[in-house]
Design a protein. Structure first.
Length: 371
């Protein structure tokens, strides 16, 4: 199913048209707390007066949303009596909204995670308020059940309509602005070298890298054109990982996030900053079934996308970009190393095109943390 992309801006007349077209009397709005700071808030507050469409808001979830929050969301969605969901926010709001859509018609007496996912007629629209996760373009949702990460995946949860509202990025705090950008960049780079890459995924990833490079400065100084360009870049990177999934950078970053409370994109970029030169130095460890020569050609394509003549130079450029964000380094101790090594996601690791042994991973963590 082809997604449609619509750019909207205050006073969001384009969104009015879209909601009228959907024909529902109630809109189920899944949003995070960032909505309070956005001009969009007033839009939804006055929706009933203006269009006769009631907005039922669900925001009872935290970052890294728990299964229980999704269950509450499904109850609220059923009570709202609509088939239309709009997710407004970052990755967590998108993940919760996707799960509510997938679970909407399932048996509430049984665990949703154990039931077969079937497509339904609930329409899901997404308006991302960060330029990072690209979650609005993927079939994946991450929720936590009894503290364990669960990856929910189904084609039917890809939002049919994506709304780009560059003004929603104006109030992003600096750390979030930088770390979400690094998440999008990490998605594009990891997708490029993933063993699951295809010509189509590499086109998305290449285009994402091009857009990130083009809009980086304007985005960092919070210009509208930069914000819009980065929203599109993050979306392209999302479409790339929708095909390939992420690789070692994401496999290794999750424990860094929880242990040192780093933002996800910050942690992923620190891992890729170490992995990129490691991969450049170890083509002989290739496990991509298409072979070492294929991997070398892929890396040459990635080098070119980053404007570099060699993989060593591309790895250095990636590292310089991460360093230029001047993000605080995690305060790590050597005792953390075993915890970090045990926390590596083996599924994501398999998507990395070169074999990483346990000792390589420990060495990479030492480098990442300056130990
Ligand atoms: Fe990510």
């Amino acid at each position: 199913m082809a997604q449609r992309y619509i750019r909207v801006e205050p006073p969001y007349g384009g969104l009015d048209d879209l909601l009228r077209e959907e024909g529902e009397k109630t809109l189920f709005l899944v949003c995070d707390e960032a909505l309070r700071f956005l001009r969009l808030k007033a839009y939804f507050d006055t929706l009933e007066t203006r269009l006769g469409i009631r907005a039922v808001t669900f925001s009872d979830f935290a970052p890294n949303p728990a299964y229980e929050s999704v269950v509450k969301g499904v109850v609220a969605f059923r009570a709202a009596g609509t088939r239309l969901i709009l997710a407004v926010g970052g990755g967590s709001a998108m993940d919760v909204a996707k799960c509510i859509k997938l679970y909407a018609d399932m048996d509430p007496e049984r665990n949703y995670l154990e039931q077969e996912i079937r497509p339904n007629d609930v329409r899901l629209m997404a308006l991302p308020t960060t330029a990072g996760t690209g979650s609005e373009a993927t079939r994946f949702a991450v929720i936590y059940y009894k503290g364990e990460k669960q990856s929910v995946a189904h084609e039917s949860c890809i939002p049919a309509t994506v709304l780009f509202a560059p003004d929603t990025l104006e109030t992003l705090p600096a750390y979030q602005r930088k770390s979400t950008l690094l998440d999008a960049l990490s998605h594009a780079v990891e997708s490029f070298w993933s063993v699951n890459s295809t010509p189509e995924s590499r086109d998305f990833a290449r285009e994402a890298i091009r857009a990130i490079r083009e809009h980086l400065h304007a985005y960092l100084v919070n210009e509208e054109k930069g914000n819009e360009g980065m929203l599109r870049a993050a979306n392209l990177a999302g479409r790339a990982i929708n095909i390939t999934q992420t690789t070692a950078g994401h496999a290794m970053c999750y424990k860094l996030t929880s242990l040192y409370r780093l933002a996800h994109g910050h942690a992923a970029a620190l891992c890729n900053k170490a992995l990129f030169p490691w991969l450049a130095a170890h083509p002989e460890r290739c496990i991509d079934p298409r072979g070492e020569a294929y991997l070398r050609r892929t890396m040459e394509e990635l080098d070119a996308a980053l404007g570099c003549a060699s993989t060593e130079e591309a790895a250095a450029r990636f590292g310089q970009l991460v360093d230029s964000m001047a993000l605080p380094a995690p305060a790590a101790k050597a005792e953390d190393l075993p915890v970090l090594c045990r926390g590596v996601n083996p599924v994501r690791l398999k998507n990395f095109p070169a074999r990483l042994e346990g000792e390589d991973i420990e060495e990479l963590y030492r480098e990442i943390l300056g130990l």
